[in-house]
Design a protein around this ligand. Structure first.
Ligand SMILES: [Zn+2]
Length: 246
């Protein structure tokens, strides 16, 4: 399970009313795009709806809840996306930094906090100093510690991208074959386990479709077809010659 990013504004200036927070929600969604936030509008059949920003009584996390101190108003930012931080270099940090920056400009008497929703990653002050520290980590490491966690960089059996001369990232695979990705140019290919051959994945294709295409082109046995899960299953009953009922 992944760690999602969470953000909180401690407004220490004049408290905003619901209409003002709604206006601010619309502005921030317009600025960053509605996809940046977990927005559920009244088109949805569910009863629970949410704007980008919401006034809350407390901030819940995988740690102690944070409660407003005297004079503080809590505004929750409903971010979409994984957390990014040292030890979990996964989410879109530049976007979170920009959002925090935007909130500080629009709510000058406030403090922005940033954290995760699980794994004990608790909210920390995300002011200019906090953001600069995180930004320095991002500039140094990017997403490599996370993408490398699959073993791509430790594995002795590395595959170099022919274009970038850098190890391709192992993103999974199936049936002894490996799905590889190059972070330098976006090239994707499948490494066939048995032969070591690299097969290109086309732009409009996902790995599974490409895998199916490749394996079906060269079936190991004429009466077998590719099946995710068991890899190959018989097309025809070997004894009767009838098509397998499955
Ligand atoms: Zn490349």
């Amino acid at each position: 399970m992944g760690v999602d990013a969470q953000m909180l504004v401690k407004n220490r200036g004049r408290h905003l009313n619901a209409d003002e927070v709604l206006m601010l929600s619309v502005d921030i969604a317009e600025a960053f795009g509605t996809d940046a936030f977990s927005i559920v509008n009244d088109d949805e059949p569910e009863n629970w709806c949410s704007h980008a920003l919401e006034i809350v009584e407390e901030y819940q996390q995988d740690g102690e809840d944070i409660l407003p101190e005297k004079g503080e108003q809590f505004i929750r930012v409903h971010l979409v996306g994984r957390y990014y931080g040292p030890g979990y270099e996964r989410g879109n940090l530049p976007k979170y930094i920009s959002i925090a920056n935007w909130l500080e400009v629009r709510l000058p008497n406030s403090l922005v906090f940033y954290g995760g929703d699980s794994s004990g990653i608790c909210a920390e002050l995300f002011d200019a100093k906090g953001r600069a520290k995180m930004w320095a980590h991002f500039c140094q490491y990017g997403h490599r510690p996370y993408t490398g966690a699959f073993g791509s960089f430790k594995n002795e059996d590395v595959t170099l991208c022919s274009f970038c001369k850098t190890p391709m990232i192992d993103t999974g695979g199936g049936g002894g074959d490996t799905y590889l990705y190059c972070a330098g140019c976006g090239k994707r290919c499948i490494k066939i386990g048995k032969t070591g051959e690299l097969v290109k994945v086309e732009h409009d294709e996902d790995y599974f479709a490409a895998h199916k295409r490749v394996v079906i082109c060269e079936p190991p046995m004429p009466n077998y077809e590719f099946d995710i899960g068991s890899r190959y299953r018989p097309l025809y009953d070997q004894a009767t010659g009838e098509r397998d009922p499955e």
